[in-house]
Design a binder for this molecule. Structure first.
Ligand code: SF4
Ligand code: ZN
Length: 282
């Protein structure tokens, strides 16, 4: 049974990665938690010929961010890799705690900052792809939330693989068919060390409720995969009606140059606002 967990998780991840266009260098987002630790473990074992660049974002959450960074560093060093740390406070001039005062719904802002920074770091280091550890439960929750809120653009956009588009680097989520429970078992079977605490400021109450509802609806892992296939089917049908490229016309942000759906991207807009708020306080 234990061998099965190892075999299943590794096979699902590698089968998916084999479908991506070939790449030489990958950025791996390392949070310090079990999911990204497991992803790095698999990549280091199965892709010895690829350059792997682990990147950690220190968000500046007292007590939590220091520990997360320490774990991420340890995880990278285990495979002889040097962790690249992007420290929000020193790089951008504010922490996520500062941002929280302006944006009480912090997770969407924090998620946007993380996506932008990972893309920027990948672009500037000539990485071909960014790999993140979003798993089956993440996919189910996000896609179902989009359906329930009729957010069609969001539903169509959330994919396991997104090809490169100009200065937006390709993205892969090779855990998309692996449930979180299996990753937990994998991480403990492999003896991986990781931070076992939740972010103390995350306010994802709706997400947590949806997660619980999905656990009630899907009594087995297989059923979760069936539900995900159904949501993907709906998304692809909707995409056929109007392809993604036609839905979102991207233009370079007039401030940073990265492609965006607005003349000034949401990252630049928010960073300016948060910096103004932080400076105004002193
Ligand atoms: Fe950011 Fe914490 Fe929300 Fe995650 S839970 S998106 S780290 S604020
Ligand atoms: Zn910008």
């Amino acid at each position: 049974m234990e061998m099965d967990v190892k075999r299943i998780v590794e096979k699902r991840v590698m089968d998916d990665i084999k479908k991506y266009p070939s790449f030489k260098k990958t950025l791996v987002a390392l949070s310090g938690g079990k999911d990204s630790a497991s992803l790095l473990h698999i990549l280091s074992s199965f892709l010895p010929d690829k350059e792997i660049m682990p990147v950690h974002l220190n968000l500046g959450i007292p007590g939590f961010s220091e520990k997360s960074e320490d774990f991420a560093k340890m995880q990278a060093e285990k495979y002889g890799l040097k962790l690249v740390v992007f420290d929000l406070k020193s790089e951008l001039g504010f922490t996520i705690i500062d941002a929280l005062k302006l944006y009480p719904k912090i997770c969407s802002v924090c998620g946007g900052i993380k996506r932008y920074v990972l893309n920027k770091v990948a672009y500037e280091s000539n990485a071909d792809i960014i790999l993140t550890a979003h798993h089956l439960d993440d996919f189910l929750v996000r896609m179902l939330k989009s359906v329930l809120n009729a957010k069609i653009e969001e539903l169509v956009r959330f994919k396991q693989y997104l090809p490169r588009n100009g200065n937006l680097i390709a993205k892969g989520r090779p855990f998309w068919r692996v449930p979180e429970s299996l990753i937990s078992r994998y991480a403990s079977l492999q003896g991986l060390s990781f931070i076992d605490e939740r972010c103390p400021i995350g306010r994802k109450r709706n997400i947590e409720r949806l997660r619980k509802a999905i656990d009630i609806l899907a009594v087995s892992e297989n059923q979760k995969n069936v539900y995900l296939s159904s949501l993907v089917k709906i998304a692809r049908k909707l995409e056929k009606v109007k392809p993604l490229a036609e839905r979102t016309q991207l233009i370079p942000c007039s401030s940073c140059g990265f492609l965006s759906s607005n003349p000034v991207c949401s990252f630049c807009t928010r960073v300016k606002k948060i910096r103004g708020f932080v400076e105004g306080k002193h």
